[in-house]
Design a protein around this ligand. Structure first.
Ligand code: ZN
Length: 469
């Protein structure tokens, strides 16, 4: 009798572990959406360039209910006291990444990221299940948007859409699975691209992505593609290839004007992921650089599978240099910012060696400032502009990316003025995601747990090799 009861309990526990994806049960609890008052905080609302000093920000039921100097705090509300020196700003958005692992999502949250856009090849369990679990408060994490990547050939490992029929079917599959975007890739045939855009419009799914060789960015943007997934796409399907034998020569700066004209005519947004191209450029032909990435302190948070796959990637075995193009991209991004092109921060983490989830976004913000953007403009690429982009392409969702009444309560509390130094954003005093408050101790516990799990995995692997000898 005791045995059979025990058996049933074990079976049930196994079912639960299975249903919850195993790791759910071990994750720290998700805090409730309590009414919260941030008091004595300096607010960086990010709606325009201004600072509101010594404010009260009231959050109710996952939304910002009120902002003001002398607001009454409702009885029973949680009070987070900024003591006049802390800064409250919108949570950050990484709008181009490939993060779908549970630990990586926790890491993003711990580093202040409350919105993420997965740009292709996400696991189905993430698309259908993990995102829903985050949305309904069963597990912690940023709000996750996801794109279905399609290409005309299997060369880059994406879902193949060979013709018009495939294109229509792919849009319906995207809709059934809850994808927010469709991402086009380099080798899509032109007729499939047109059919994809048409069908996607019918179903209200915006199209984003790379330059498509058979179509070209000019026609892609004319057809209504809403976003160019990397600034570097302009090298391949827009800027004329410079004369000479160097395949990685930078275009002439005088070409920039035409690109900006095209973007402005169609109101298209661009992912300004300077950190992506710069990180690739750094390791181009340099296996020692990849080795250094793996030894950097932030790599303690790198999933063991990536520790295996990073050194196997091809960039470190290439020849030549990408530095001229990297320099051009900085000038291109700066010019787009000055011209008012909507720029979104993105990272491509974690598939590209050197880009650890979460940390990579902070490095992208630093790269934007190095390229000449003001700290406010750089910060806008990870707050207000992603919020505007989602509102335009996925209407009906609550606003985010600004501290404003009615917006989603995705907030970041930091110790110092971010406009004086954006690096303060990487060590939050607390993060609020969808109205759920994660104080520093909670965020640190999440980070510690990830680090400990990876260190444990490495040490048991060492034990196993020792036993083998
Ligand atoms: Zn990507």
């Amino acid at each position: 009798m005791i045995h059979s009861l025990l058996f049933i309990r074990l079976v049930c526990l196994c079912c639960l572990a299975f249903l919850s994806g195993g790791a759910f049960a071990q994750s720290p609890a998700v805090p409730p959406k309590d009414t919260t008052a941030f008091v004595r905080v300096n607010v960086l609302p990010m709606d325009r360039e201004r600072v509101l000093r010594d404010q009260v920000v009231l959050v109710e039921d996952g939304h910002i209910a009120a902002i003001g100097r002398a607001l009454a705090v409702p009885e029973g509300a949680r009070i987070v006291d900024g003591e006049g020196s802390a800064w409250l700003l919108p949570g950050l958005a990484d709008m181009h990444n490939h993060v779908d692992g549970l630990q990586d999502l926790d890491l993003q949250l711990a580093l202040g990221i409350t919105t993420t856009l997965h740009m292709g090849e996400a696991r189905n369990s993430f698309v259908g299940r993990t995102r829903a679990a985050i949305a309904n408060g069963e597990r912690a994490g940023p709000r996750a948007f996801v794109a279905l990547a399609v290409d005309g050939s299997p060369r880059y490992g994406h879902l193949v859409v060979a013709d018009v029929d495939d294109a229509r079917a792919a849009v319906r599959v995207a809709r059934s699975n809850g994808y927010d975007f469709i991402k086009v890739y380099n080798n899509l045939p032109a007729d499939a691209f047109s059919a994809l855009l048409q069908e996607a419009r019918v179903h209200g799914i915006p199209v984003v992505g790379h330059g498509v060789a058979d179509v070209g960015l000019e026609r892609q943007l004319e057809s209504g593609q809403a976003l160019v997934a990397h600034a570097e796409e302009f090298f391949y399907t827009f800027f004329p290839q410079p004369a000479g034998d160097d395949p990685n020569a930078a275009p002439d700066d005088r070409e920039i004007e035409a690109a900006i004209g095209l973007l402005r005519r169609h109101g298209t947004a661009v992912v300004a992921d300077l950190v992506t191209y710069e990180t690739i450029a750094r390791q181009w032909g340099r296996p020692d650089v990849v080795d250094a990435f793996l030894r950097a302190p932030e790599s303690r948070y790198l999933h063991p599978a990536l520790r295996v796959s990073w050194p196997l990637q091809g960039y470190a075995r290439r020849s030549g240099s990408l530095q001229a193009r990297a320099g051009f991209l900085r000038r291109f991004v700066k010019a787009m910012d000055e011209a008012g092109v909507p720029l979104l921060s993105g990272t491509d983490a974690p598939d590209i060696p050197g880009l650890v989830p979460g940390f990579a976004l902070h490095r992208n913000l630093a790269a934007l400032v190095e390229a000449g953007l003001s700290p406010h403009a750089a910060l806008a690429t990870a707050t207000r502009v992603p919020g505007d982009f989602i509102r335009r392409t996925r209407p009906g969702l609550p606003a985010f990316g600004v501290v404003a009444e009615g917006a989603r309560a995705d907030l970041l509390l930091v110790a110092d003025d971010p406009l004086a130094d954006l690096s303060t954003l990487a060590s939050p005093m607390g993060v609020m995601a969808d109205g759920r408050w994660y104080p520093r101790a909670d965020l640190e516990a999440r980070r510690d747990k990830i680090r400990a799990a990876y260190a444990q995995a490495a040490s048991t692997a060492l034990d196993a090799s020792a036993a083998d000898r």
